[in-house]
Design a protein around this ligand. Structure first.
Ligand code: 3HC
Ligand code: NAI
Length: 696
C-alpha cells in the first residue's frame, strides 16, 4: 500500500510511502482521496500528511504523463483535500516539489524540517504547475515571488519559503512529533481550516509580468511553458479562483501535449539513465579517492582543479614551470573572486576553497594522490611521456585519467604498465561550469575504475556519460559533421549571420560560427597544418577559416575572426570586409554562391549530426541513443526542449529523416551524406530509435 491512514488518538495520519520519491502515481492519488474521506468520518480532530523515505512528495509521477489520465486527477484531489472540514497539516521533509508542493499548498498548514526545500520544477519538464500551484502560490506569496519561483524551477530552502508566506513553521528534530504538536495546538486554539483558495487574489503587477515575458523570451528562447506560467500567475490576480484554475488547467494541458514537454521529459529520464553503466553491477567495488592531482593548469586543468576543490578535495596542480603554474593559479583565483562577486560564495569560502589547490612542478608530489587527471597540450607523444612518468611515481591503485579531446585513450594507457587504471575524463570548457563529463572507457579500463569515476562525476556535480574510444568520442566526433556543414553552407552562399541566426532561432544556445570564433579558429587550423593535405578533408569546408587565420583573425581572442569584435564593448559585428573574404575564397574554389534559406541550414547541420549519431549508437560507442542527447544538451547547447538530436530524430520520424538525408546525398554526394545503416534499417522498418533502444 503506497498510502495508509490511521487514527492515532485524536489525529488522522496519512502516510505516503511510494519509493523512491513518493511521486503522485494513480495509486497514491487514490490512496490520499480515500484517506481524506475516511478522516472526515472518524473521530480525528485534524489530519497530518507525512511521507516515508527520503522525501516528501517530489511531484507527479512523470512516467504517467502522456498516458490517458485516470481519476482522481490531481487538481480535483487537491480541491477535496482543501475542502476537508478538519484542518490538514502537511509535514515536509526532503523536497516538496511540483505536485507535492501543490499538495502542501492545498493543505491548510505547512510545517517543514529546517533542511527541506520546496519548489516548482515543472518548467524544466516543459510544463507548469497543473494542480493549482500558479493560483495558490501567488495568493500566499504574491505575484513577484511566485513568478520567480515558478519560472526558474529551482527549489528554495524552507527559510526563504517561510519568509515568503509559503511555509508556516520550521522545525529541527522530530518532524512527525512537531507536526502532531502543531496540529493539536491549532485545534486547541480553535483555528479553522485555512483555505488558500479563499485568500484574496494577489495584487496584479502588469509591469513585472511584461518584464518577465521579455526576459524569458531571451532566457528560455522558443519555450512555451515559461510564457504560459506568466499568463497563469497574471490570471491568479485577475480571475476568481475557480476560473484561474480552469485557465491553469488549459495551459497545463497545452504544455503537456507539446513536443517541447515530451523532449524535456525525455531529457529528465535520459540524464538519470546515462549514469547507469550497462553490464556493471551496482555492487562493483569503488576505489577510495581522497586526493586529486591535475597535470596542466591551462584553460582546462585550472577549471578541472576547481571542480574538485569546490567539492572539498585537496588538489595538487602540476605545471611545467613556476611561470606556467603562476598563470594557472591566477586563473583559479580570478574565477573564485568572480564567484564571490556574483554572490555564489563568501570571501572566506573562496579563500578556503582556493587553498585546497596546491601548486607543484614536481611529479614526485603526485606519489600519494588517488586520482590524476592529465590536461596538457593535445599531443599524443607528450601525453604518453606523462603517463609513463605517472606509472613510475603514482601509488598502486591510483586512477590515471586523461582529458584528451581526440587522442586514443588505449594508446595513452599503453604507455603505462597498468592500463586497467587508465580512463578518459573529458571535461567541457569552461570546465568548472559545464555540466557534461564524457567518461571514456578504454579497452582495458577496470570496472571499479569506471564505477568510481561515475560516482565522482556526480560528487563534482557533473552529468557523466560513458563513451567508447573513437576519434572525438561521442560529442566532438558528431560535432565535426555539424561544423563541416556550417562551413559548407558558408562557402556556398550563407553568411555567418544567416547561419548563426538560423541555428539560434531553432534553439541552439549559440550559433556555430560564433562558437568557432569563441573557441579560436586557429585551433583547427593548427591541427590541419599537422596533417598531409589529402587528410584534411574537403577544402571547401575549411578554406574560409584558414584565410581568416592567415590574416591574423583567430577569433574573439584576436579581436576578429569570422566576425569582428569591438575592443571596448566586445560587441560582435559582421562587415563588408569579412564578406569579401568569404566571397573571394568561394570564387577561388570555383563555388557559385546562392541564397540558402534557414530551413536548409538547420536541416543540413542537424541531420549531419544525427546521421553520425546513428553510427555512434550502432558501433556501441554510446551505450544508448539517449546518452547522445545528454551529451548534446549538457555539452553543446542543444535545446533541451527538442530532447537532444536522437530524440529529435524520433520526433520528426525516421522515415522523414532518411528522406532528407537521401535528398542531401543526391545533391551533395555520398561522402558526407551516405545514410547510417541503422537509420536506413529503422526507417524502412517503420521503427523508432526509442523502440530499438528498448530491445538492445
Ligand atoms: N516521477 C517519476 N520518477 C521520478 C520522479 C517523478 N516525479 N522524480 C524522481 N523520479 C525517479 C528518478 O527517475 C530516479 O529513478 P531511477 O532511480 O530509476 O533512475 C529516482 O526517482 C531518483 O531520482 P534522482 O536520481 O533524481 O534522485 P535525487 O535524490 O538526486 O533527486 C529529486 C531527488 C530532487 C526528487 C529529483 O528526482 C527531482 O527533482 N525529481 C523531479 C521532480 C519534479 O520534476 N517534479 C515535478 C513533476 S511535474 C508535476 O508535479 C506536475 C504537477 O504540477 C501537476
Ligand atoms: P592549454 O594550452 O590551455 O593548457 C595546457 C597546459 O598544459 C599549459 O598550461 C601547459 O603549460 C601545460 N603543460 C604542457 N606540458 C606539460 C607537462 N609536461 N607537464 C605539466 N604541464 C604541462 O590547453 P587546454 O585547452 O587546457 O587543453 C588541455 C587538454 O584538454 C587537451 O588535451 C585538450 O584537447 C583538452 N580539452 C580542451 C578543451 C578546450 O575547450 N580547451 C575542451 C576539452 C578538452
Amino acid at each position: 500500500m503506497s498510502v495508509s491512514y490511521a487514527l492515532q488518538n485524536d489525529l488522522g495520519v496519512i502516510t505516503i510511502d511510494n519509493p523512491p520519491v513518493n511521486a503522485l502515481s494513480h495509486a497514491v492519488r487514490s490512496g490520499i482521496r480515500d484517506a481524506i474521506r475516511e478522516a472526515q468520518a472518524d473521530a480525528s480532530t485534524a489530519v497530518v500528511i507525512v511521507c516515508e523515505g527520503r522525501t516528501f512528495v517530489a511531484g507527479a509521477q512523470i512516467k504517467e504523463f502522456g498516458k490517458p489520465p485516470k481519476d482522481p486527477w490531481l487538481p480535483e484531489l487537491l480541491d477535496e483535500v482543501e475542502a476537508s472540514e478538519k484542518p490538514v497539516i502537511a509535514a515536509i521533509h526532503g523536497t516538496a516539489l511540483g505536485g507535492g508542493f501543490e499538495l502542501a499548498l492545498a493543505s491548510h498548514y505547512r510545517i517543514a524540517q529546517s533542511d527541506a526545500k520546496v519548489g516548482f520544477p515543472e518548467v524544466k519538464l516543459g510544463l507548469l504547475p497543473g494542480a493549482g500551484g500558479t493560483q495558490r502560490a501567488p495568493r500566499l506569496a504574491g505575484v513577484g515571488t511566485s513568478l520567480e519561483l515558478i519560472t526558474n524551477g529551482n527549489p528554495i530552502d524552507v527559510g526563504t519559503a517561510n519568509t515568503a508566506g509559503l511555509v508556516d513553521e520550521i522545525v529541527d528534530g522530530d518532524l512527525q512529533q512537531a507536526a502532531f504538536d502543531f496540529a493539536r495546538r491549532i485545534v486547541a486554539e480553535g483555528a479553522h481550516c485555512r483555505k488558500t483558495s479563499e485568500l484574496p487574489a494577489p495584487e496584479a503587477d502588469p509591469g513585472l509580468c511584461a518584464d518577465y515575458r521579455k526576459r524569458l523570451a531571451q532566457r528560455a528562447r522558443g519555450q512555451i511553458a515559461p510564457q504560459k506560467i506568466v499568463d497563469c500567475v497574471e490570471a491568479a490576480a485577475a480571475l476568481p479562483f475557480p476560473e484561474g484554475m480552469q485557465f491553469e488547467r488549459e495551459a497545463f494541458m497545452e504544455c503537456m501535449a507539446s513536443p517541447q514537454s515530451a523532449g524535456m521529459r525525455h531529457m529528465f529520464f535520459a540524464e538519470r539513465e546515462a549514469g547507469k553503466v550497462k553490464g556493471l553491477s551496482k555492487d562493483t567495488p569503488r576505489r577510495e579517492v581522497r586526493s586529486v592531482g591535475v597535470i596542466g593548469g591551462g584553460t582546462m586543468g585550472s577549471g578541472i582543479a576547481m571542480n574538485f576543490a569546490t567539492a572539498g578535495w585537496p588538489v595538487k596542480l602540476l605545471e611545467v614551470n613556476d611561470d606556467a603554474l603562476g598563470r594557472g593559479l591566477e586563473i583559479i583565483a580570478r574565477n573564485y573572486a568572480g564567484g564571490v562577486k556574483r554572490g555564489k560564495m563568501t570571501e572566506e569560502q573562496a579563500i578556503e576553497t582556493r587553498n585546497r589547490i596546491q601548486g607543484t612542478t614536481d611529479y614526485e608530489s603526485l606519489a600519494d594522490v588517488d586520482l590524476v587527471i592529465e590536461a596538457v597540450f593535445e599531443d599524443l607523444n607528450l601525453k604518453q611521456d606523462i603517463f609513463a612518468q605517472l606509472d613510475d611515481v603514482c601509488k598502486p591503485g591510483c586512477i590515471l585519467a586523461t582529458n584528451t579531446s581526440y587522442q586514443d585513450v588505449d594508446k595513452i594507457a599503453s604507455a603505462t604498465g597498468r592500463p586497467e587504471d587508465v580512463i578518459g575524463l573529458h571535461f567541457f570548457s569552461p570546465a568548472h561550469i559545464m555540466k557534461l563529463l564524457e567518461v571514456v572507457r578504454a579497452g582495458k579500463t577496470a570496472d571499479d575504475v569506471l564505477a568510481t569515476c561515475m560516482d565522482i562525476a556526480k560528487k563534482i556535480r557533473k552529468v557523466p556519460v560513458v563513451s567508447g574510444v573513437c576519434y572525438g568520442f561521442i560529442g566532438n566526433r558528431m560535432l565535426q559533421h555539424y561544423g563541416r556543414e556550417a562551413n559548407l553552407c558558408l562557402i556556398e552562399g550563407a553568411t555567418p549571420v544567416s547561419i548563426d541566426t538560423a541555428m539560434e532561432q531553432w534553439g541552439m544556445a549559440m550559433g556555430p560560427i560564433r562558437v568557432f570564433d569563441l573557441a579560436g579558429i586557429d585551433v583547427g587550423y593548427k591541427a590541419r597544418q599537422g596533417l598531409p593535405v589529402d587528410e584534411r578533408g574537403d577544402p571547401k569546408a575549411y578554406r574560409i577559416a584558414d584565410a581568416f587565420v592567415e590574416m591574423g583573425r583567430l577569433g574573439q581572442k584576436s579581436g576578429a575572426g569570422f566576425y569582428t569584435y569591438d575592443p571596448e564593448t566586445r560587441k560582435q559585428n559582421f562587415d563588408e570586409a569579412s564578406l569579401a573574404v568569404i566571397e573571394r575564397e568561394a570564387a577561388a574554389m570555383g563555388v557559385e554562391r546562392r541564397e540558402i534559406d534557414a530551413g536548409e541550414i538547420v536541416d543540413r547541420l542537424i541531420y549531419a549530426l544525427i546521421n553520425e549519431g546513428f553510427r555512434i549508437v550502432e558501433e556501441g560507442i554510446a551505450q544508448r541513443p539517449s546518452d547522445i542527447d545528454v551529451v548534446y544538451v549538457y555539452g553543446y547547447g542543444f535545446p533541451a526542449h527538442r530532447g537532444g538530436p536522437m530524440h529529435y530524430a524520433d520526433a520528426v520520424g525516421l522515415k522523414e529523416v532518411l528522406a532528407r538525408v537521401s535528398e542531401f546525398r543526391e545533391r551533395f554526394g555520398d561522402e558526407n551524406w551516405t545514410p547510417a545503416p541503422l537509420l536506413e534499417k529503422l526507417a524502412k522498418e517503420g521503427a523508432s530509435l526509442a523502440d530499438w533502444a528498448r530491445d538492445n
